[in-house]
Ligand binder design. Structure first.
Ligand code: OGA
Ligand code: MN
Length: 191
């Protein structure tokens, strides 16, 4: 798990949010059913972006993935101030070995937890995280709710947080090469 601080500038954040806000106008936050793992959110997958915003995603691709193709649609997740994400592993059916996300509007704490222990990661507003390998497959990840959101003994206030997440395509399709032969544990996620 790697975090790049200040990956987007204040201007870039504003440009990205203006497109995101336009999309979500009039949409309510979802407080969900018993079986979901995200509370208090709106989300979409968006492939068309303004030229300036495309440049940000191109930079993200270079930084996080190198010269490979990623899923063309960016997952936009808008978490209300009182929203949170419960621990989960992204399903290997929909997502490959690397997940990269930009955090806008609010700092937050991401908790990684696995049989080897747990690790809290501070995701500052404007930062990029790149989750791959063990962090992707052997640890769950969660975004803590405001009253549990602490880092180094300091409360990290959770305000509205928008994340822009890019993923590699799934490594294997049903009926194709088996996951173990690609060196990947076929951990099943909840998503
Ligand atoms: C997810 C997720 C993290 C984030 O949508 O699966 O874990 O940064 N999101 O919002
Ligand atoms: Mn996830």
């Amino acid at each position: 798990m790697r975090v790049v601080r200040a990956f987007v500038s204040a201007d870039e954040e504003e440009q990205l949010l203006s497109e995101v806000n336009k999309h979500f106008r009039g949409k309510k936050y979802d407080y969900g059913h018993w079986d979901g793992y995200i509370r208090g959110y709106r989300e979409t997958e968006k492939s068309r972006w303004s030229e300036n915003n495309r440049l940000v995603f191109e930079r993200l691709r270079q930084e996080a993935f190198g010269d490979v193709d990623i899923l063309p649609r960016v997952h936009v997740l808008d978490l209300a101030a009182d929203g949170h994400i419960d621990p989960h592993i992204d399903s290997v059916k929909f997502c490959g070995s690397t997940i990269a996300g930009i955090s806008l509007l609010s700092d937050s704490v991401m908790r990684l937890e696995g049989s080897e222990g747990r690790c809290d990661v501070l995701l500052e507003r404007g930062s990029l995280y790149v989750m791959t390998g063990k962090a992707r497959y052997d640890f769950t990840h969660a975004i803590l709710k405001d009253d549990e959101s602490f880092f180094d003994g300091r409360h990290v206030a959770r305000e509205r947080r928008v994340s822009l997440i890019c993923r590699l395509p799934p490594l294997f399709q049903p009926g194709a090469v088996s996951p173990s032969s690609q060196g990947v544990s076929p951990t099943e996620g909840t998503k």
